[in-house]
Write a protein that binds this ligand. Structure first.
Ligand SMILES: Cc1cc2nc3c(=O)[nH]c(=O)nc-3n(C[C@H](O)[C@H](O)[C@H](O)COP(=O)(O)OP(=O)(O)OC[C@H]3O[C@@H](n4cnc5c(N)ncnc54)[C@H](O)[C@@H]3O)c2cc1C
Length: 321
């Protein structure tokens, strides 16, 4: 029995959500009395020995430029090959974009039970029971996995990164690499911004901001806090902000440590994408706005008066001119 984790990288940097999954995998391995290995694809320019700091014993690399872009079918086949060769019985992903694309395919290929959206370590005292989010985070389910091979896709920001001194052995894994059916002809990367899915703090604006000309209210506060910016769907639909900032049921689902919602009503479809945030702060002039029910802290007030004062206070605290 052993644990294998898929480490997701972007431009050679292992993603934060994968490091959370690595810490989680190490703990799962400990519970099962075994060790955890990792597999990484494409150009990983990072020195991967540091993955040992997250408890991973060995990193298997498949460094082929065909794997620089995600092709779920190609990736699935290699992970299945590696899992079989390494005798992995628990395979762990972050439940991020790649994890959502690969884990279900791998589940079919290996006839392995899958828990996607896991939020806690498995309970191994009663078999192998994993807690997961259901109904857009409104409830939990405890899923018992009984197949010999088990797959877990861990929700980002539901398990803290744990580090210790350690060095992972790094070795190439020889795999059969199919030619991807998807050809990437161009990539439009957003540069100079904190990626929304990786951000610790997110400042988000809704229709209460009245128009794109007022967005400095959001971006100034985000800049002072070192936060990413997001928006509600009507804001993106009206072209006030780009679509990659839209969060919610039909947009990106995020789970930052702090989510500040400004001039957003808190419709169920919006909450579906942000209710896993650790702390939610709501600023809305309507005391009856539904978002206040989901908030940890709330300010009833006009965003145009309240937000500049918060931005000033943050700047003063941080000594920013
Ligand atoms: C199938 C479906 C999927 C959807 N998916 C999504 C999704 O993924 N994400 C999403 O966001 N929405 C989604 N929606 C839309 C959703 O139902 C809401 O319509 C939307 O979230 C409302 O956006 P809003 O809160 O910015 O605007 P509004 O509902 O117009 O709310 C604006 C808020 O700003 C407040 N306000 C106004 N002026 C000020 C001020 N000066 N200071 C402070 N507060 C002020 C108001 O009190 C109000 O609460 C979806 C809808 C459907 C039907």
């Amino acid at each position: 029995m052993s644990v294998l984790i898929f480490l997701d990288q972007s431009e050679g940097q292992i993603k934060k959500s994968s490091l959370e999954a690595a810490s989680y995998a190490t703990k799962v391995a400990e519970l099962l009395g075994t060790t955890a290995d990792a597999i990484v694809f494409g150009k990983a320019t990072d020195d991967l020995t540091h993955i040992g700091n997250y408890g991973i014993k060995k990193v298997h690399t498949v460094a082929d430029e065909k794997l620089d872009h995600l092709d779920a079918q190609v990736f699935t086949k290699i992970i299945a090959e590696a899992a079989t060769a390494l005798g992995a019985t628990v395979i762990i992903f972050s439940n991020n974009f790649s994890g959502k694309a690969i884990a279900p395919r791998l589940s079919v290929r290996l006839k392995a039970g899958l828990v996607s959206g896991a939020v806690a370590l498995p309970d191994t005292t009663k078999g192998f029971v994993v807690k997961k989010n259901v109904f857009s985070g409104k409830a939990f389910a405890n899923v018992s996995v009984t197949t010999p091979v088990k797959i877990i896709a861990l929700n980002p920001n539901s398990y803290s990164i744990k580090t210790s001194e350690g060095t992972a052995e790094v070795a190439p894994f020889t795999a059969t690499i199919d030619t991807p059916k998807i050809q990437v002809t161009a990539t439009n990367k957003v540069v100079g911004e904190i990626p929304l899915s990786e951000a610790d703090i997110v400042v988000s604006g809704g229709r209460g901001l009245k128009g794109p000309e007022n967005w400095a209210l959001i971006t100034d506060l985000a800049k002072a806090l070192g936060a990413a910016t997001a928006c509600s769907r009507p804001v993106a639909d009206s072209d006030w902000r780009p679509h990659h900032e839209h969060v919610g049921q039909t947009g990106l689902a995020i789970a930052p440590n702090l989510y500040i919602a400004i001039g957003i009503s808190g419709a169920i479809q919006h909450l579906a994408g942000v209710n896993r945030s650790k702390v939610i702060v709501v600023i809305n002039k309507d005391p009856e706005a539904p978002f206040f029910k989901a908030a940890d802290y709330g300010i009833v007030g006009d965003a145009f008066e309240v937000v500049p004062k918060i931005t000033e206070a943050v700047k003063k605290l941080k000594g920013i001119a």
